[in-house]
Design a protein around this ligand. Structure first.
Ligand SMILES: Cc1cc2nc3c(=O)[nH]c(=O)nc-3n(C[C@H](O)[C@H](O)[C@H](O)COP(=O)(O)OP(=O)(O)OC[C@H]3O[C@@H](n4cnc5c(N)ncnc54)[C@H](O)[C@@H]3O)c2cc1C
Length: 342
């Protein structure tokens, strides 16, 4: 980053040596295999086609995508964690709590390189500042990432537009999500988020040269041939009225419960992978308020600060971070050292 950088002014950097990369795909597979080994049943490649509540029971329509066989399941409690698929599913089920929510999909693209010397030279994650009007999730960053054992550098995100709610969703997803109940929210969100709209239009209109220029602020000696543009996924931003204004739920996943807590759902695709554990404690508390006291000791054991809602002081936080690093097998020599380099 600094090798060929022209000496044209001071640069301020804060460094934390204790960061790490988490491959949430691997983590998810490990959690699912732990669940399976304890007798849980996991059906991959199955699509939930409908949800209906009759006689105090949820009836879940399911289809095996491979065999196309459809069947129904009954359940006293349902948790919907379908990313961009959650809102359409709850709308079809007529869940009243989501009537006033709108959704707007933004797809995320990154520039990626596998050039060995670049990857070897940059073993960190460097975050800049969000552009004016940009949502906080759009902070540009240059990341070293290891996915399935392969090392790459990623730079982004660049916002692009696709009307789909899932990567494999339908082009009509956005249109079909518009109902009379959420039309005012969509209109108010467009009216009250002009700088965000301007940012999105600028991003969508950005040329490959513009993207390389953005990368150049991080890597001054960029060669266009080394980098390719990849689509990383769809973020479905949830829109709601807040203080009389149309607002985008940026950070903070929207937890929705319905039918006396017999349905819990996570709306949208907030920056949730790293907040998943804390969010699930919120889901438990919202769905099973009567059982939280009984579960408290075990939850406290698993996630002390999250479960108790306490705000630990600096010393307690340091001790927790050290304990987490031990559990994760990370180098203790890098414990929480922060250096101001400039
Ligand atoms: C470009 C990009 C970069 C990101 N970077 C980060 C990051 O660095 N750190 C971080 O913490 N988070 C990051 N996130 C956010 C993170 O990926 C999401 O918050 C997280 O994946 C949400 O998890 P989820 O399980 O709620 O939904 P998802 O991961 O979207 O999973 C939902 C699943 O449900 C399935 N599904 C949908 N509808 C149905 C249906 N009807 N029946 C059956 N299955 C269905 C989908 O196929 C999907 O597999 C990023 C997101 C994007 C798009």
């Amino acid at each position: 980053m600094f090798g060929d950088r022209p000496d044209d002014g001071p640069v301020a950097v804060t460094r934390s040596a204790s960061g790490t990369d988490v491959d949430f795909g691997v983590l998810t597979r490990q959690l699912l295999s732990a669940l399976r080994s304890r007798g849980g049943s996991i059906r991959l490649g199955h699509e939930v086609t409908g949800l209906e509540r009759t006689d105090g029971t949820w009836h879940v329509g399911v289809r095996d995508r491979e065999t196309r066989v459809a069947y129904r399941l009954r359940a006293p409690y349902v948790f919907v964690g379908a990313g961009g698929g959650t809102l359409p599913l709850l709308q079809r089920a007529g869940v009243p709590e989501v009537r006033r929510y709108g959704a707007f999909p933004i797809s995320g693209q990154f520039l990626r390189t596998a050039r060995a010397d670049l990857v070897a030279a940059h073993r960190g994650k460097v975050y800049g500042h969000a552009a004016p009007g940009a949502p906080s999730i759009s902070v540009p960053h240059l990341d070293h990432r290891t996915v399935d054992g392969r090392e790459h550098l990623f730079f982004g995100p660049f916002a692009a537009f696709s009307p789909r709610f899932l990567r494999s969703g339908r082009r009509t997803d956005l249109l079909r999500s518009v109902r009379s109940g959420n039309l005012p929210v969509l209109a108010a969100s467009a009216r009250d988020n002009r700088s965000l709209m301007a940012y999105l239009l600028r991003q969508v209109a950005q040329t490959s040269r513009g993207r390389l220029d953005a990368l150049r602020t991080f890597v001054p000696d960029v060669r266009a041939d080394d980098w390719e543009l990849v689509t990383a996924g769809q973020r479905v931003q949830i829109l709601k009225m807040s203080g009389g204004q149309g607002a985008m739920v940026g950070f903070g996943t929207e937890v929705v419960t319905s039918a006396a807590g017999s349905l819990g759902a996570l709306l949208g695709a907030s920056p949730g992978a790293s907040t998943a554990a804390a969010t699930m404690v919120d889901v438990l508390a919202a769905s099973f308020p009567g059982r939280m006291a009984q579960w408290a000791p075990r939850l406290h054991e698993i996630a002390p600060s999250v479960a108790s809602g306490e705000r630990p002081d600096a010393a307690a936080l340091l001790a927790r971070a050290r304990a987490a690093r031990r559990v994760l097998g990370l180098d203790p020599a890098h414990d929480d050292r922060r250096k101001d380099l400039a």
